[in-house]
Design a protein around this ligand. Structure first.
Ligand code: MCA
Ligand code: AMP
Length: 506
């Protein structure tokens, strides 16, 4: 069984260290040897700044191959990689820095001074989208051989923050075993080999782009065309050189809306994978009709990595996420009692396996609340198995909006709006959106006579919430609909604004 992350990620390139590993759109090539050398330099640099095994390295920078080397360097030094979405505001960053207490923080160059003030005990370094900055310079100065620090399977390799329905974000603690086992399982399940070239257009501060994509390709010894972000022109320019693509549903709806997506353009492709948000069955069908490719949909979470996947061979059923991955157990239970339900019934999806995280950072109560005594993790997603064993996700037990593959917790947005002067209360909902799948909308009750409107509310949220969390529209209402228990009836609000973005001309 796979246990040590760095060693697992080296397996695919063993004996072929000179092979191509990464290429950026400007044609710059990284061989695996380059990644080994550069990760050694970062590992030496981190140790030089006093990093001890178990210490956190927080990273909020633009995507580049250098970031991948930094991540691997952190793992090699025995550290814990803590990637952060570049959209997070300084106010959001404060919380992560205080909670995770990183030893080293790497940010975009313009932020070093400000972040230095906010994390006075950390070493704060810079890295820009070209892979330049004080972090890269310090790595240059530290270059040399490095003996990877041995770590155990249950030692932490990464912490990724995920918001909660209540309270603040929680850091999901992912171990070497969690990440290594998932990479090997996916490599085999999706038949990824050294001949594969992944068109990589996802961000690398989340599980999808970093672990599901990079870890798996490294473990397989395949290479990646490493785009800084999803850009349709770049995707169509580089697609002829790829064999494989992973994306969120928005990638596929945008490609479908483009006349360059033709059967010929993708005839050479081996596989398209989708996840992080529901892929509409109609998108699956339209893609298949246009290209002949059945997108392979899979299901995962920050806390668990990948849990289920449609098969590589055999039917990829639209609207389902396929079967539990090898080594992963999935059961459907009664959300109230936790009792397992018979096949066909809808209930809570629970997961157990080597992929399931160790717990929430500094939060044993929350960890205990989300695990059953027999080790199953309660995902908060509602699903059912059909008679052929395919799992469908039919809803969420948690109040969550997924916009363009990014999670937004309504509670967090409501708290930010409710704190504004002139606001009595608010309800934040997700409504269908043609590009993002779901879009965030706020329904706000102003104080009588308050001169507050949509523009003021959005402006006031700008330095508090990352842009993707901010409502796309704000509506003012005299009161929120409530049931007899006094609970806000969000379903009525969702119905009322269901066509907001999908009606012709809106
Ligand atoms: C950008 N904007 C968004 C989003 N992204 N608004 C809502 N939802 C979004 N996802 C806003 C920006 O703030 C900006 O607003 C405007 O849209 C245009 O921004 P831009 O950066 O140009 O957008 P884009 O480059 O077209 O980005 C859209 C995207 C991107 C390509 C869909 O969000 C993306 O790459 N998403 C993938 C996220 C992902 O990797 N998720 C995996 C999580 P303004 O104009 O107001 O400034 S891991 C996970 O979920 C689990 C483990 C799993 O199963 O994989
Ligand atoms: P995150 O917390 O960012 O890891 O998001 C994980 C959540 O994304 C899951 O709990 C699901 O609600 C959702 N998700 C991931 N993949 C899929 C999928 N293929 N279909 C529907 N929802 C998904």
């Amino acid at each position: 069984m796979a246990e040590a992350l760095f060693e697992t990620l080296c397996e695919g390139f063993a004996g072929r260290e000179e092979a191509r590993c990464l290429e950026t759109p400007d044609g710059r090539v990284w061989r695996f040897r380059d990644l080994l050398d550069r990760s050694a330099a970062y590992a030496r640099m981190l140790r030089g700044f006093g990093l001890e095994p178990g210490d956190r390295v927080a990273v909020q920078v633009e995507k580049s191959p250098e970031v991948l080397a930094l991540y691997l360097g952190c793992i090699r030094a025995g550290g814990v990689h803590l990637p952060l979405n570049t959209a997070y505001t300084l106010a959001e960053l404060d919380y992560f820095l205080a909670d995770a207490e990183p030893k080293v923080v790497v940010v975009r160059p313009g932020l070093v001074e400000e972040v230095g003030k906010r994390a006075p005990r950390a070493t704060v370094l810079a890295l820009d989208g070209e892979g330049r900055g004080s972090a890269a310079e310090a790595a240059d100065a530290a270059a040399g051989p490095f003996e990877t620090v041995p770590r155990g399977p249950d030692d932490l390799a990464a912490i990724l923050y995920t918001s909660g329905t209540t309270g603040r974000s929680k850091g999901a603690m992912l171990t070497h075993r969690n990440l290594a086992s998932n990479a090997l399982v996916l490599k085999d399940y999706w038949r990824i080999t050294a001949d594969d070239v992944l068109l990589h257009a996802l961000p690398i501060y989340h599980v999808h782009g970093l672990f599901t994509a990079c870890n798996t390709l490294l473990a397989a010894g395949g290479s990646m065309l490493f785009l800084p972000k999803f850009d349709l022109d770049e995707v169509f320019r580089l697609l002829p050189r790829a064999t494989l693509m992973m994306g969120v549903p928005t990638f596929y709806t945008r490609m479908l809306a483009d006349p360059r997506l033709t059967r010929e353009a993708v005839a050479h492709m081996r596989l398209f994978v989708s996840g992080s948000a529901p892929l509409l069955a109609e998108t699956h069908r339209a893609f298949r009709e246009r290209t002949g490719h059945a997108i392979l949909e899979r299901y995962g979470m920050t806390e668990t990595g990948m849990n289920a996947s449609n098969p590589y061979e055999g039917e990829r059923r639209p609207g389902t996420v396929g079967f539990p991955l090898p080594g992963v157990e999935i059961r459907i239970t009664d959300p109230e009692t936790g009792r397992p339900l018979p096949t066909g019934e809808i209930g809570m999806i629970e997961v157990r396996g080597p992929n399931v995280f160790k717990g929430y950072w500094k939060n044993p109560e929350k960890t205990a609340a989300e695990f059953r005594p027999d080790g199953f993790f309660v995902t908060g997603d509602l699903g059912r198995f059909d008679e052929r064993g395919y799992l469908s996700i039919v809803g969420r037990g948690k109040d969550l909006v997924i916009s363009g593959g990014l999670n937004v917790y309504p509670k967090e947005v409501e708290e930010a709006i409710d704190a504004l002067p002139g606001v009595v209360e608010s309800a934040v909902i997700g409504v269908p959106h043609p590009d993002f799948g779901e879009a965030v909308v706020a329904v706000v009750v102003p104080e009588p006579g308050a001169s507050i409107g949509e523009a003021e509310i959005l402006a006031a949220l700008a330095d508090k919430l990352a842009a993707f969390k901010r409502p796309k529209r704000v509506f003012l209402v005299p009161e929120l609909p409530r049931n007899t228990m006094g609970k806000v009836q969000k379903n009525l609000l969702r119905e009322r604004w269901a066509d907001l973005f999908t009606k012709a001309g809106s």
